[in-house]
Design a protein around this ligand. Structure first.
Ligand code: CTP
Ligand code: MG
Length: 177
């Protein structure tokens, strides 16, 4: 099988929990903001209304569940021959999802410190914050090969833009980015 295809399949399979963790709050988020509405001395919110407790927990749960389904599916020999990755501990998707959400929250913290309004698009940062968070957190138990990491940094912005466009078109997101 084409080697590039295998790397791309491995990369998507690996990062799937993080993708779900990052996307789920758009649908399941809302309610009280994580920062409790607090503003820092610079006059800007700590994180802003775009980061909610419910969104965080929902994203973590959905991402982790996706990973558990993957672990279940992986026991099929056909999947193993396509994806060619070693078996996962349940800790991998739990940490990937947690890291994705933390990366997103940290990015919001930095955006507010720079005076960037909630929801304003910051290309590259918006698309890679959760990947960096997911990789760092998951690295406690799992580090993918470098070609998978490289693929993620190239593929994610492309997929992110495409998926946000779809979310906008079907009406679950208010901006097309
Ligand atoms: N969301 C949430 N809780 C989170 C993350 C996201 O409820 N921890 C929801 C919010 O409704 C948010 C939407 O998902 O508006 C999209 O997430 P994101 O683009 O990360 O937030 P923004 O509104 O763009 O805010 P920011 O500028 O801080 O990124
Ligand atoms: Mg945003």
């Amino acid at each position: 099988m084409n080697e590039i295809f295998v790397i791309i399949a491995k990369a998507i399979w690996f990062i799937l929990p993080a993708y779900f963790a990052n996307a789920a709050p758009v649908i399941g988020g809302g309610g009280p903001p994580m920062d409790g509405g607090k503003t820092l001395s610079d006059g800007y919110r700590v994180f802003g209304d775009g980061k909610t407790i419910r969104g965080f927990l929902f994203g973590w749960l959905v991402g982790s569940l996706v990973g558990f389904v993957q672990i279940f599916i992986w026991s099929e020999p056909e999947i193993q021959s396509i994806i060619q990755v070693s078996a996962w501990s349940w800790k991998v998707p739990v940490l990937l999802s947690l890291g994705a959400l933390l990366g997103d929250v940290i990015a919001s913290f930095l955006k507010r410190r720079s005076g960037v309004q909630r929801g304003a698009p910051i290309p590259v940062v918006d698309q890679l914050d959760f990947i960096v968070g997911a990789l760092l957190m998951a690295s406690l138990v799992w580090v993918p090969e470098w070609r998978v990491i490289l693929t993620l940094f190239i593929l994610t912005p492309v997929l992110h833009i495409a998926l946000n466009r779809v979310a906008f078109e079907i009406g679950v997101k208010s901006e097309p980015y």
